[in-house]
Write a protein that binds this ligand. Structure first.
Ligand code: GRF
Length: 203
C-alpha cells in the first residue's frame, strides 16, 4: 500500500489536524494526497489548505444516488494515487462501491469502545448507559457501520461529573494519538485479518 493518504471529513477536522501534525513532526511517515469534504463549510478544509494540502468539496447533494457519489469519491482518490483512506469525522455511510474499491485500506476513528455504542452521539450513549470506561476505536471499514476489524482501542474513564462535552473532549485527546498510531501500523504492513481479528504477522 502506498503511503499516500486520502482523508475524508465533514466538519471540524481535529483528527485531520492530528494527522497533519504527526506527519510534520516526523512521527508518521506518510503524505496526505488530498482531503475531501462532503460539506462546503467544513473547518477541516481550512486546516488542510493552511498546511498546503489540496482540499476539495464533493457535495453529496449534487449526486443522484449514494453509489454515484461514492464512484466520484473513488475517482478523486484514485486520481491522487491514494493507498489508504482515512475517515476523520466523515458523516456519510459508504456503499460497497466505495468499500470494494479499497479493500482493507479504509480506516475510521469512532469515539467509543466498539462494539458498544456505534453510530451517532457515541459519547452521549456511553454516558446515558452509565459505563465506567468509555474510549475510542480505530477500525478497518466494512459495509456494516462501525463494525470492521479493530486495529487499536484506548479506554477513557468516565467521571461522575462528566457531561457529554467533557467526556468527548477527553476521548478526543486519545483519538488524536490513537489514529496516527493506527495509520502507522497499517501502513507498515505485516498484519493479517483472521475472522474479525486484526493481528500482527504476515497474511
Ligand atoms: C470524532 O469524535 C470522531 O471519532 C467521530 O467524529 C468526530 C470528528 O471530529 N467520527 P474531528 O472532525 O476529527 O474534529
Amino acid at each position: 500500500m502506498t503511503r499516500r493518504l486520502g482523508v475524508l471529513i465533514s466538519g471540524r477536522g481535529s483528527n485531520l489536524q492530528a494527522i497533519i501534525d504527526a506527519i510534520a513532526g516526523g512521527g508518521l511517515d506518510a503524505t496526505i494526497a488530498v482531503v475531501i469534504s462532503n460539506r462546503p463549510g467544513a473547518r477541516g478544509l481550512e486546516r488542510a489548505r493552511a498546511a498546503g494540502i489540496e482540499a476539495m468539496v464533493l457535495e453529496h447533494g449534487a449526486f443522484a444516488s449514494r453509489e454515484a457519489y461514492d464512484r466520484a469519491l473513488v475517482e478523486e482518490l484514485r486520481r491522487h494515487d491514494v493507498g489508504l483512506v482515512c475517515l476523520a469525522g466523515f458523516m456519510r455511510l459508504l456503499s460497497p462501491v466505495f468499500i470494494d474499491a479499497f479493500p482493507g485500506a479504509i480506516l475510521n476513528v469512532h469515539p467509543s469502545l466498539l462494539p458498544s455504542f456505534p453510530g451517532a452521539h457515541a459519547q452521549r450513549q456511553a454516558l446515558e448507559h452509565g459505563v465506567k470506561l468509555a474510549g475510542c476505536t480505530v477500525h478497518l471499514v466494512t459495509a456494516e457501520l462501525d463494525a470492521g476489524p479493530i486495529v487499536l482501542q484506548a479506554a477513557v474513564p468516565v467521571r461522575e461529573d462528566d457531561t457529554e462535552d467533557t467526556l468527548s473532549a477527553r476521548i478526543l485527546v486519545e483519538e488524536h494519538r490513537l489514529y496516527t498510531e493506527a495509520i502507522a501500523l497499517v501502513l507498515e504492513g505485516g498484519w493479517r485479518i483472521e475472522g474479525r481479528r486484526f493481528l500482527p504477522g504476515p497474511a
